[in-house]
Design a protein around this ligand. Structure first.
Ligand SMILES: Cc1cc2nc3c(=O)[nH]c(=O)nc-3n(C[C@H](O)[C@H](O)[C@H](O)COP(=O)(O)OP(=O)(O)OC[C@H]3O[C@@H](n4cnc5c(N)ncnc54)[C@H](O)[C@@H]3O)c2cc1C
Length: 372
């Protein structure tokens, strides 16, 4: 039996593990600090509404474990990976797990209410976290979101679409919303997002910064309680609930520094998704230094490449491997369940009718089927 260890059971790692396990000659072990797969695409709605939406975002892995035929099962070990070497993974409790192939899928930690603290490892804890954020949303009359990237914008849309009477403000340091998504967006698209967000009644403060005090000092992303926020031009914002949606940090502490690109901290991969100098170690999803934007669409395509290449290598040792190419870029920014703004291939911008394909369900049913 060939052992494949998948490090990280987020959206992309879980997909890889499930697809690899369909090959009976592979023994697949999935390692994650969480006992479920957090489907981050649905996690902002989970944070705003809690309840069933929270349970939807925290997807159990039962179908790929005990639900699958015995020779198609993924083995799952819940725990923290401390380090990865050329031949083994070390867990933080000291267990050493050797592998024939390793897939690094540790993703990134997003600094926003959509990313529950990493020490919440069980599905119940994560659902309770989303329920508590949702309760804070319901209690607050005035909500401020710091950060007008795609996450901050989507969060504002989710709140305003459900609770139209609440005052919602976005404070963003850039001159346009989504200013850090230039890789796959156009100025026309970014202007459409701004106009749609304003139409929902969200106040947008561009080119402004907030002194984050408590939120910054304790790295909190959800700060309930009345406070007066002071912007760098002296304006004041009274708020009952502050959300911080700034930045993403790669989960890379377990890898040798030589494997990482010095500027981004991501794992350096070739087109085959193998690490630069290691044919039997692959990286996939948000931790791999490919793709113009960190989005699941790219990770899903990479997952197929990694699975095909591991199967080829383990069966025949052939080095004729499949190569990854970015699919046509699509960014869909839901603003609540009824619409939003989308861009396809850097040319076409669409509004509510197109974005509703995503915003209505956030693809939950599809991924419940693919991942559960
Ligand atoms: C709020 C939010 C909304 C998003 N919405 C969209 C969207 O609408 N469309 C889209 O395309 N993309 C969206 N994304 C991005 C998308 O979620 C990511 O591209 C995708 O999750 C990447 O998957 P991944 O498996 O590479 O990483 P992750 O989903 O980050 O999973 C990494 C996994 O590794 C585990 N892990 C990390 N460190 C360790 C360790 N030391 N030991 C064990 N396990 C570890 C984590 O617990 C986690 O389960 C969104 C992201 C966020 C945060």
């Amino acid at each position: 039996m060939t052992t494949v260890v998948v490090v990280g059971g987020g959206l992309v790692g879980a997909l890889v593990a499930k697809k690899l396990a369909a090959h009976a000659a592979l023994d697949v072990l999935l390692l994650d600090t969480r006992d479920h797969t957090l489907f981050k695409v649905a996690s902002l709605r989970a944070a705003v509404l809690g309840g069933q939406h929270a349970r939807d975002a925290a997807m159990p892995r039962t179908k790929m474990t005990e639900g699958a035929a015995p020779d198609r099962r993924v083995r799952v070990r819940v725990g923290k990976v401390a380090s990865v070497t050329e031949r083994a993974v070390m867990m933080d409790d000291g267990e050493e797990i050797p592998f024939d192939y390793c897939v690094a899928a540790t993703g990134a930690t997003n600094n926003s209410p959509g990313e529950p603290p990493q020490d919440l490892s069980t599905r119940d804890q994560v659902v309770a976290y989303f329920d508590s954020v949702s309760a804070a949303v319901r209690e607050a009359a005035r909500i401020t979101i710091v950060g007008g990237g795609v996450v901050g914008v989507e969060l504002a849309g989710e709140i305003k679409a459900r609770f139209s009477a609440k005052e919602v403000a976005i404070v963003h340091a850039g001159d346009e919303l989504l200013s850090s998504s230039h890789g796959i967006t156009t100025s026309h698209f970014r202007a459409s997002v701004l106009s749609s967000v304003r139409k929902l009644g969200v106040q947008v403060h561009l080119g402004r910064r907030v002194a984050l005090d408590k939120a910054r000092d304790s790295a909190e992303t959800v700060v309930p309680g009345k406070q007066t926020l002071v912007l760098d031009n002296g304006d004041q914002l009274e708020t009952d609930l502050l959300f911080v949606c700034i930045g993403t940090t790669p989960n890379n502490s377990m890898y040798p520094p030589a494997w990482l690109a010095p500027d981004s901290g991501l794992l350096r991969v070739r087109h085959t998704m193998q690490l630069q100098d290691h044919d039997h170690i692959f990286a996939v999803g948000d931790i791999a230094d490919v793709a113009p934007e960190k989005m699941f669409r790219y990770g899903v395509v990479q997952a197929d490449i990694v699975v095909a290449n591991i199967v080829t290598l383990s069966r025949s040792g052939s080095t004729a491997l499949r190569r990854y190419r970015d699919p046509v870029a699509i960014m869909m920014v839901p603003l609540g369940p009824k619409g939003g703004v989308s861009i396809v291939g850097r040319w076409l911008t669409f509004g509510d009718w197109f974005t509703r394909f995503k915003s209505k369900t956030l693809f939950v049913p599809r991924f419940q089927k693919d991942l559960a």
